[in-house]
Ligand binder design. Structure first.
Ligand code: MF3
Ligand code: CO
Length: 294
């Protein structure tokens, strides 16, 4: 097999733990991946494909992640500090038995990223950042439950937001759904990326190149890297069981970024323009995809 991983006999139990015979379960998918790999396409190792048990675990984790973002949506308003948002995330997540995946991740000091206006990503919650009327803020939140990871983010408009900011937020959300519409077995990540990029650029905005989505499930960041610029037919082939995020960062101005913040994390637009991001987590199914976190 292309990835040198174990192949059961046709009448033996499938490697995925379904209890079905291999020939009635993953045999056909594995053969197809083997053939596509020999034809020169990029195929993920089968060890990254999620089993039914994995998906159940990820959904339990995602129930917390979705719940905490719903909670943020109900309470966020002008006058709240991003440090308070961080406390909501920590308290809600731990009270539901989860661990905020961001906390201590590669030294990250808080439980969530709060990225306001020209902050592209990795805004660190602070008592000094008071949300005010007209701000747009991304709240990016990730949960670990029983070793399963979930990850999603949403934009929130604080009070009365300018038409241009609102359009940036809406187009960015639409671009995620344009990408999702391309997700099905045997399509490629390039098909999805092209749809995102086309939607963003048709509106006159730009996709950030340096950051993207990622595989996720048993680790926070697994292969593959998921970019949001590309051409149809390029990149990793999608297969049932692949679990990854779609999370384009979209700048109202030029796509360039500034990573010079002394905190070592916070990324801003180079030209000072606004930036927005929405993130969903999905699994590729037999005939399309299922959203796991949003
Ligand atoms: N949640 C981000 C993502 O979508 C990762 C944040 S890592 C942190 O992949 F350390 F900054 F929290
Ligand atoms: Co992510």
């Amino acid at each position: 097999m292309y990835d040198n991983d174990y192949v059961p006999g046709r009448n033996e139990p499938c490697w995925c733990g379904s209890g079905k015979k291999y020939k009635k379960c993953h045999a056909a998918i594995d053969q197809k991946l083997d053939r596509l790999s020999s034809e020169g396409l990029e195929v993920l190792p089968r060890g990254l494909l999620k089993t039914a048990e994995d998906i159940e675990g990820i959904k339990r984790s995602a129930a917390i992640n979705i719940g905490v973002l719903d909670y943020v949506g109900e309470h966020i308003r002008a006058g709240v500090t991003t440090a308070e948002v961080d406390k909501w995330i920590y308290d809600y997540t731990t009270e539901h038995g989860g661990i905020p995946a961001d906390l201590d991740y590669e030294g990250y000091p808080k439980s969530v990223c709060t990225s306001i206006n020209d902050v592209v990503c990795h805004g660190i919650p602070s008592e000094d950042d008071v949300l005010k009327d007209g701000d747009i803020v991304n709240v990016d939140c990730s949960t670990i439950l029983d070793g399963y990871f979930s990850d999603s983010s949403r934009m929130f408009c604080i009070g009365e937001v300018s038409d241009e900011r609102r359009r940036l937020v809406e187009v960015t959300r639409e671009s995620v759904y344009a990408g999702l519409a391309e997700v099905k077995p045997w399509a490629t990540l390039g098909d999805m990326a092209h749809a995102v990029q086309s939607c963003v650029e048709a509106a006159g905005f730009n996709v950030v190149r340096e950051f993207g989505g990622h595989g996720i499930g048993l680790e926070f960041h697994e292969d593959p890297f998921v970019g949001f610029v590309g051409e149809p037919g390029e990149g990793v082939v999608l297969a049932p069981g692949m679990c990854f995020t779609i999370e384009p960062m979209v700048n109202a101005g030029a796509p360039g970024i500034d990573m010079s913040d002394p905190n070592g994390w916070t990324v801003r637009t180079k030209d000072g323009s606004d930036s927005a991001q929405w993130e969903v987590q999905l699994v590729v199914t037999e005939d399309g995809y299922e959203l796991l976190s949003w």
